[in-house]
Design a protein around this ligand. Sequence first.
Ligand code: CO
Ligand code: CO
Length: 316
Amino acid sequence: MPLISDPNLIVGIESAEDAGVYKLREDLAIVQTLDFFTPIVDDPYTFGQVAAANSLSDVYAMGGKPIVAMNIICFPIQKMDISILQEILKGGLQKLREAGVLLVGGHSVEDNELKYGLSVTGTVHPEKVVTNKGARIGDKLILTKPLGTGIINTAVKGGLADERSTAQSIECMITLNKKAAELMMEMEVHACTDITGFGLLGHACEMIEGEDVGMLIYSSAVPVLPGTEEFAAMGLIPGGTIRNRDFRLPMIERAAEISDERLLILFDAQTSGGLLISVPEQKASVLLKRLHQEGVNGAAIIGEVLEQPKGKIMIR
Ligand code: CO
Ligand code: CO
């Protein structure tokens, strides 16, 4: 597309970022994002919660504070009861309230397939924008939620998931990245993105692409939801997860002990996943401690940024 450059545009569409950022004043920029998708859980209220948590996440990933949001709804009114839509919207609204975000409108169309999400607008100080680029050699990588929601959702669809895995996967998806983002913004971090459809390694690849750095991921330190490993061993892998791996495989160097299943888990397509934060080494343990103190229990240091191999991710 022919793009128009603007001196006030801080983050545009060129950089595969989580959200757009536009400077309004020297001390104020707006962060804008939009996300919607088909249901990934059966319960409509829960789906609303997941969709809202997911839509808000891109603002948090930029270091922004979400302020207002609008609903986007595609609904098959001819074949689905309107009460389903009401439940979805209630679930979404509950998450917006938790986030302190105002719903200011929305738009709905009739569609054969149900879809829901939100457009979210937030604010950030123009000098405090955190992008997915900027990770520096020596940084530690903190992941704030466990992996596995894609694999567990596949098991749920196949009727193979147990109650504990299902419940923890839902809890993970409806958890806002608000607290994690606020704690991140209390200290100087170098880069951040949220883990969604490309999986941990796909988003990590975006972080180092075109940069002068590489990464090391400590495979055994990466937290995963209960059931993820068993379901992966049973071959319950989403198509998106396999595509993520195939696309990014040239950027991956894995140790011999890393199994095919483990690699797929690290590439698992997440819905409303956690933040991946690149933080200076001397601040990593402080941030991790603060995250745990404030209830972000799944957070862990899962790797580091290295000089070599440039543009590649080693998994050990
Ligand atoms: Co994102
Ligand atoms: Co997005």
